[in-house]
Design a protein around this ligand. Sequence first.
Ligand code: KG4
Ligand code: ZN
Length: 337
Amino acid sequence: MNLYILGIESSCDDTSAAVLCNNQILSNVIAGQAVHAQYGGVVPELASRAHQQNIIPVVDTALKQAKISFDQLSAVAYTRGPGLLGSLLVGNAFSKAFTYALKLPLIEVDHLEGHILSHFIFNEKNIYPTFPFLCLLVSGGHTQIMLVKDFFTFEIIGKTIDDAAGEAFDKSAKILGFPYPGGPMIDKLAQTGNSNAYTFNQANMSGYNYSFSGLKTSFLYFLRDKLKENPNFITENVTDLAASMQKAICDTLMKKLIKAAKDFNINEIAIAGGVSANSGLQTILKKTAIEKKWNIYIPPFQLTTDNAAMIAIAGYYKYMKKDFANLNSIPYTKSKY
Ligand code: KG4
Ligand code: ZN
């Protein structure tokens, strides 16, 4: 019997709905929110309002693209947390009302587990990570190394104590004068820059933990001094600055990942989250994989940033376990990892 899961994602500033038939994507619709760009970051109240406007048209489009009617759905899986409360509440209220009206099972999904389980969405090569594997989860809100023991057992072995890697990208981009989210812009500029042009202070944390706030401050002070000497310093050196900053972030990420793989004796290595789209990170991961004989898993581009297909695949595995929620389901904002 085929399972048709409708996934709903609204944890931050993307409203997304997806329909999966078992592990295959039938549709994955994402409505971004351009309104935040002018503020240099996500404004929670504006995000919540935009989700309210977007949720019904996005679900409607996802069902139409999938050519699926309400009565064919097996369940609705939604992001329960972590994220912004006002944003999460929109997906929560919609999913509860929708499943109540249609008498469908409701499934709660953790956003971070969704990012990791996106690796189990059908791919052409039909190759998926084998358990146990390590996943470097790098997004705008989170940076951690997870030991994934099975579909439902995730153990955090290291995480950032301050900024996430995505924040480091976004804040550096902001300092350079680019709008939010600046990660993709840094990536683009870095491709024609010299990554060894400048070095910035990288934190040396214990164990498998990360810290990015010092790196950002080092970047800020370096530019403050250079701009005093030459007000055009950023414009004249923007590609080298982007490439050097990207290298610093990626080297920091890889150092702990390499240590974790060695210490845990695991060669199945995945990356997930928005920053996993970064071409510099992908290049250094591929190079390291050859050296260390790792099997690596990089999500397709459209599954790197927030999307509902990753929520639906997590929902699919929870459906098979009959792990259902009820109308008492409420969001949580803080990560359990
Ligand atoms: O996973 P995601 O969509 O949202 C969260 O769960 O946070 O990640 C968004 C983050 C943003 O910080 C964005 O700048 C970053 O991912 N990002 C990138 C790239 N694409 C997205 N960072 C570096 N290079 C990219 N190509
Ligand atoms: Zn995310």
